[in-house]
Design a protein around this ligand. Structure first.
Ligand SMILES: NC(=O)c1ccc[n+]([C@@H]2O[C@H](COP(=O)([O-])OP(=O)(O)OC[C@H]3O[C@@H](n4cnc5c(N)ncnc54)[C@H](O)[C@@H]3O)[C@@H](O)[C@H]2O)c1
Length: 374
C-alpha cells in the first residue's frame, strides 16, 4: 500500500498496488476469501480460525501462506493491509480496534458491534486512524432491492408515511446452543442476527431517514423450550439448554420526518412463515412490496398505484442472480483504492446498531426509547 496514516483527505492519491487481506473466521469467512481473491490486485495472504482441517483445506485451495489459530496473530502481521472479520459478533469490536490501531482497513460482518458504545468507539477509531471501516450489508445489493430503489428515485410513490419490514422463519435458529444463542457472544438473537439486513435495506429504500424512537418487545420462548433449530438434527427432545436470546422481536419505529415503520424478526415461530423476507412501503401515491420467500430469485417485487382511477399492480421482471458478497467486497476495495474515505468509517452501520440497541433497551425496560442522536 502506498498511503501513510493521517494523510489529509484532500491530499490523498488513489491507492495503487497490491492489497493484502487477512480473513478471520472460516464459516462466512470462506465467502470472504473467495470474494477478495477474485478482485484483481487483491491477495488473501492470511487466514485465522479454529477448525484446523477447514483452515488447511481453504489455505490449500486459495494458496494462503499464513494460516493461524488466533485473530491477534493475524492482526499483528505487518504484510496485511486489510482485515476482514467473519468471527462471532463479540469479536467484531476487539478485532476492529486492534486492526485500526495497527493501520489496517477493516471489512466487518454484520452486526458492526454488540451495542452502541462499542459501535461508536469503532467509528471514532476509524476516523482517528484514518482508515476505512465497512460492514457487509449484502442484502441491499440484491437486484430486487436495487430496482425498488431505482423505482422510488425515478418514479416515486409520494410521501412514504408507513412501512412494514420483517424477516420471519418457522424454524431457523442458527447454531442452537452455539455462540449464536449465547448473549455474551452474540449480543442477542434473531434481532441482531437478521435485523441488520432488513433494517439496512429499509433505511436504504427510505433514503436514510433517521429513526428517532423505538418501542419493542422480545421473546425467547421457542428456543428455550427446545423448538425451532434450523437444523433439526441439532434439536434434542425436551432440550432446554443454554438459550439466552430472543427468537422473536417486534418493534415500532418513529422516523425524523414523522413517518413510521413496523419491524418484526423471528428465528422461529409456529406460523405459516418459513424463511420470508418482506418490505412494504406505503406512500401517498403508491406502494412497493418486496416479498422474498425462501431466498427466491424471481417474482419478488410488486408496485401498486392507481391508474386512470383504478388500482393497478405492476410486476417488474427482475431476476436476482444471488452472491451479493462479491459485489459488496469489490465496492469496499474500490472505496479503499479511491482514497475518498470520509464516508466509509462505519457511520451507516453505527445508526443501524443504535436502532437495534434501542430495541433491546426498549424491550428490557418496557417503554419507548428515544435515540440519543435524535
Ligand atoms: N452477511 C451475511 O449474510 C452473514 C451470513 C452469515 C453470518 N454472518 C456473520 O458472520 C459472522 C460469523 O458467522 P458464521 O456464520 O460464519 O459463524 P461460524 O461459527 O460459522 O464461524 C465463526 C468463525 O470464527 C472463528 N473464530 C472464533 N474465535 C476465534 C478467534 N479467537 N480467533 C480466530 N478465529 C476465531 C471460528 O473458528 C469460526 O471459523 C457473524 O458475525 C455473523 O453475523 C453474516
Amino acid at each position: 500500500m502506498t498511503t501513510t496514516p493521517a494523510t489529509p483527505h484532500s491530499a490523498r492519491d488513489r491507492v495503487e498496488g497490491p492489497l493484502r487481506v487477512g480473513v478471520i473466521g472460516l464459516g462466512m469467512g470462506s465467502v470472504h476469501v473467495e470474494a477478495f481473491s477474485r478482485v484483481p490486485g487483491v491477495e488473501v495472504v492470511a487466514l485465522a480460525g479454529k477448525e484446523v482441517e477447514r483452515r488447511t483445506q481453504l489455505g490449500e485451495q486459495w494458496g494462503i501462506p499464513h494460516l493461524l489459530d488466533e485473530w491477534a496473530d493475524l492482526v499483528a502481521l505487518p504484510d496485511v493491509d486489510i482485515v476482514s472479520i467473519a468471527a462471532p459478533n463479540s469479536l467484531h469490536h476487539p478485532i476492529t480496534m486492534a486492526a485500526l490501531a495497527a493501520g489496517k482497513h477493516v471489512f466487518c460482518e454484520k452486526p458492526l458491534a454488540l451495542d452502541t458504545p462499542q459501535a461508536r468507539e469503532m467509528v471514532e477509531a476509524a476516523i482517528a486512524h484514518d482508515r476505512v471501516l465497512e460492514v457487509a450489508f449484502n442484502h441491499r445489493r440484491r437486484a430486487d432491492v436495487q430496482y425498488a430503489k431505482r423505482y422510488l428515485d425515478e418514479v416515486g410513490i409520494g410521501r412514504i408515511y408507513h412501512s412494514r419490514a420483517s424477516w420471519k422463519r418457522r424454524a431457523g435458529i442458527p447454531g442452537l446452543h452455539s455462540w449464536f444463542t449465547s448473549k455474551r457472544m452474540s449480543g442477542g438473537g434473531a434481532l441482531i442476527d437478521l435485523g441488520p439486513h432488513v433494517l439496512d435495506s429499509l433505511l436504504f429504500l427510505l433514503g436514510e431517514r433517521r429513526v428517532v424512537a423505538v418501542s419493542a418487545v422480545a421473546h425467547g420462548e421457542l428456543g428455550r423450550a427446545g423448538y425451532g433449530a434450523m437444523d433439526r438434527r441439532e434439536q434434542m427432545a425436551g432440550d432446554s439448554g443454554a438459550f439466552e436470546v430472543e427468537d422473536l422481536a417486534s418493534a415500532l419505529f418513529r422516523f425524523d420526518d414523522g413517518s413510521s415503520a413496523a419491524f418484526e424478526i423471528t428465528w422461529a415461530s409456529h406460523a405459516v412463515d418459513d424463511e420470508d423476507i418482506s418490505i412494504e412501503l406505503l406512500g401517498v401515491d403508491g406502494g412497493v412490496r418486496l416479498f422474498v420467500p425462501r431466498y427466491a430469485s424471481d417474482d419478488t417485487l410488486r408496485f401498486y398505484r392507481d391508474v386512470a382511477g383504478r388500482p393497478v399492480e405492476i410486476a417488474p421482471d427482475v431476476h436476482v442472480p444471488g452472491g451479493e458478497h462479491p459485489i459488496v467486497i469489490a465496492e469496499f476495495i474500490e472505496h479503499v483504492r479511491s482514497g475518498e474515505w470520509e464516508h466509509h468509517r462505519g457511520e451507516f452501520a453505527l445508526h443501524r446498531t443504535e436502532v437495534l440497541d434501542a430495541c433491546y433497551r426498549s424491550a428490557a425496560e418496557g417503554r419507548e426509547i428515544r435515540l440519543e442522536t435524535a
